[in-house]
Design a binder for this molecule. Sequence first.
Ligand SMILES: *[C@@H]1O[C@H](CO)[C@@H](O)[C@H](O)[C@H]1NC(C)=O
Ligand SMILES: *[C@@H]1O[C@H](CO)[C@@H](O)[C@H](O)[C@H]1NC(C)=O
Ligand SMILES: *[C@@H]1O[C@H](CO)[C@@H](O)[C@H](O)[C@H]1NC(C)=O
Length: 275
Amino acid sequence: MSMNLRALWILSKLLSACENIDPVKECCDQVCQNAILETATKLALKASEVLIIAGSHGITEHSTKVDDCKHIALRWLAGKLEPSRAKEVLRGLSNCKVNRVCPLVFPDMRHVAKGCGNDISNKTECCSAMENYVSHLQKQSLITNLQALDCATTLGMKLQRSNITKDVYSLCHITLKDFSLQVAKQESGCLLPSLPSDATFDHSSGISFICDLNDNIPAHWPSKSQLSAPCNKTIKIPALPAAANAQIGLYNEDVIFYVLFAASAVTMMLLQSFV
Ligand SMILES: *[C@@H]1O[C@H](CO)[C@@H](O)[C@H](O)[C@H]1NC(C)=O
Ligand SMILES: *[C@@H]1O[C@H](CO)[C@@H](O)[C@H](O)[C@H]1NC(C)=O
Ligand SMILES: *[C@@H]1O[C@H](CO)[C@@H](O)[C@H](O)[C@H]1NC(C)=O
């Protein structure tokens, strides 16, 4: 295949992998993300060749080049898609980064370990220690459905390392919502739908977002061998809220506005030399 045909083939693969991403599945399956990485790797290789021919010595690390080239691949992709579709794809990809980790800080769990110790000899004491502990987590942040799964797994692992081997989540009826900020006046937690970008900003009312208030999904006690929770297909999570209540005016630092691209003459030149 000639260079141009091969480049076109890679780009059409990129387009078909990314034009219809499922924002929740993409975070696990990484179909589009892998296509972007593949394109970026090839692009970086090509860029090195161009620089060598031009007599310039490559001083940039290969990984840095690949990262730069990811932006070029994304720019190209965004230009090929309808604006609304492009926005959806780029937000979906950004959300995967946000959803990959539990954003909560887990304080010392000595009290839980003590309350739930001795094989949970006293259920009342154990659950009161557990409730007290999660009430501290609730003060930290609004989280998404996917993050709540991560957080439940992370805490479960930590508790198991403190010798609490029984499923204290089911014993004490801990749900995913228990990990997130509790919404004022409602005695219930607020989980954002899977996409943090469902939050919107309005100059008069501030940040508003949709809460997933009606699903009481029990927190899943992790098994010893468990991998990253959101990608476990046996656990069902609602992609969108079953019944939504808009909550207006709360500010949350986790709501991130993404600036993905910075156009530069160099990246445009590289792109043109590639296609
Ligand atoms: C369990 O702990 C609670 C609170 O600390 C205490 O009031 C209760 O007597 C204990 N129950 C038993 C059976 O030890
Ligand atoms: C857990 O239990 C083991 C064996 O009983 C003990 O050696 C270890 O120190 C305990 N770890 C914690 C964190 O309590
Ligand atoms: C996924 O979750 C199921 C059910 O809780 C569990 O049995 C299984 O080990 C998990 N698999 C992985 C790969 O984590």
